[in-house]
Design a protein around this ligand. Structure first.
Ligand code: SAH
Ligand code: TMP
Ligand code: ZN
Length: 405
């Protein structure tokens, strides 16, 4: 029997997406032969409702020295994290000598504002390349995985943390028992653990199935996070919906009984109950829509190819690995993908082996159609690439369904 990675309850498979590569595994041509694959499938726990991957990919394969994702690549996200830092400085970090720890600080997009304010901080970032960039931005970083053992040494060295924060990182960590033990060691008695991740409610509602890939181990809801916090002796005390990355929730967790539970928690739990977020029928409907998107997208791309139209991808996102590999989209349907991240350029996208090129290639000459893999940055990218529209180019989107804009 499959069991839940949080509570060991029975895990029921929801969807099997088949064989998938590492979503961050951008390859040199000589690496194709050795490409790593695993079974991408999700299930839901009958006890705590946590939606999770069924197969776990070893963390050292994903979070490597050359981890390709750079958080500062989007203007919208830079602003989001600057505002987040300012919010912490105004609210939780007002004591005599406050201390904040961030898990998965990446290139320091959030902590650089904290560092500039002269507030004590520590970024925990196992991927050395991005950790070094954070250091060059004036951020103090430990190149470590956050877990019970490292958390205990952070406490020994720095004392208690007022805030432990993580964006798009907690859902990447299967070993949650070790995380909560680490929090128990590191957090001040009245401290808070604040984390934001893609929201199951938005994934299901928008059929954004490309949020499902190796790095995203958990798909959180208020219902499952409340159960998880309780399971480890903590309590979910606040939630806030965020518009970034296609819909996220910021969860605030505290030691049980230390903070009042906000009305927003009760409201979101009631909404999830009313929407039947953990019901078989809801999840079956989601899976049916995923299959329809896949069929519609491949039909459209094949039709455009038959008509002699050119199609390129925009944004070699980790999400695009799920779309290309699940739908079976290769360089015959999408000739290349433009991406501003230097370490992805000149490489082949994982599994699909579609070449990744710098954004300058986009206008040289403009294609007839651009498949917007980075749909979560749509506003920013469409504004930046306005000349493409003016030249008669059209964008293809596949969330919440396949459509041309
Ligand atoms: N917070 C950034 C980065 C998210 S990407 C943002 O929101 O844009 C996820 C990051 O988590 C990666 O940089 C990865 O190296 C890091 N990570 C993975 N496992 C971790 C762990 N156990 N502890 C701390 N960071 C971890
Ligand atoms: P994300 O959806 O996981 O944040 O990844 C976005 C990807 O898209 C990342 O590889 C960077 C790329 N990108 C561009 O190439 N140009 C842009 O303007 C933006 C916002 C992102
Ligand atoms: Zn469970």
């Amino acid at each position: 029997m499959l069991t839940c990675r949080i509570c060991e309850g029975p895990l029921r498979e929801i969807c099997d997406f088949g064989r998938h590569p590492l979503s961050g595994g951008f390859l040199r041509p000589d690496e194709i032969e050795r490409e790593f694959f695993f079974r991408l499938a999700i299930g839901i726990c009958g006890e705590c409702s946590m939606v999770q991957l069924i197969e776990e990919v070893p963390r050292q394969l994903m979070f490597r020295n050359d981890y390709p994702y750079l958080s500062s690549g989007s203007t919208v996200m830079r602003k989001h994290f600057q505002q987040t830092a300012e919010y912490f400085l105004r609210t939780e970090l007002t004591g005599p000598d406050p201390f904040i720890v961030e898990l998965g600080c990446n290139d320091g997009v959030m902590l650089r504002t904290v560092a500039e304010a002269g507030v004590r901080h520590l970024g925990v970032e196992p991927s050395r390349g991005v950790a070094d960039i954070a250091r060059s931005n004036g951020v103090r970083v430990s190149t470590d995985f956050f877990q019970e053992s490292s958390a205990k040494s952070f406490y020994a060295e720095n004392g208690p943390a007022d805030v432990v924060y993580a964006a798009n990182t907690v859902c990447h960590i299967p070993y949650m028992e070790s995380i909560f033990r680490g929090l128990d060691a590191l957090l001040a008695p009245g401290g808070v653990f604040i984390f934001e991740d893609p929201y199951l409610g938005d994934i299901v509602q928008r059929t954004s199935f490309d949020q499902i890939y190796d790095e995203h181990f958990y798909f959180f809801s208020a219902t499952s996070v409340r159960a998880m916090a309780r399971h480890f002796g903590f309590e979910l005390v606040d939630v806030e919906r965020l518009p970034v990355h296609g819909g996220e929730v910021r969860y605030t967790v505290a030691r049980a009984g230390r903070r009042p539970i906000s009305a927003a928690v009760t409201t979101l739990l009631a909404e999830e109950e009313a929407a039947g977020i953990s019901d078989t029928a809801t999840l079956t409907g989601f899976v049916e829509r995923v299959h329809k998107i896949s069929t519609d997208l491949v039909d459209l791309l094949e039709k455009l190819r038959a008509e002699g139209r050119t199609v390129v991808g925009y944004g070699a996102t980790q999400k695009s690995a799920t779309v290309t590999n699940f739908c079976g989209i290769g360089p015959d349907l999408v000739s290349f993908i433009c991406d501003a991240t230097p370490s992805k350029q000149g490489r082949l996208a994982p599994g699909s082996h579609i070449p990744v090129c710098p954004p300058e290639r986009f206008a040289d000459p403009y294609p007839d159609y651009a498949l917007l893999f980075a749909w979560n940055h749509a506003e920013e990218i469409i504004a930046k690439e306005q000349k493409f529209r003016e030249a008669g180019g059209r964008w293809i989107r596949y969330v919440p369904d396949v459509h041309i804009i």
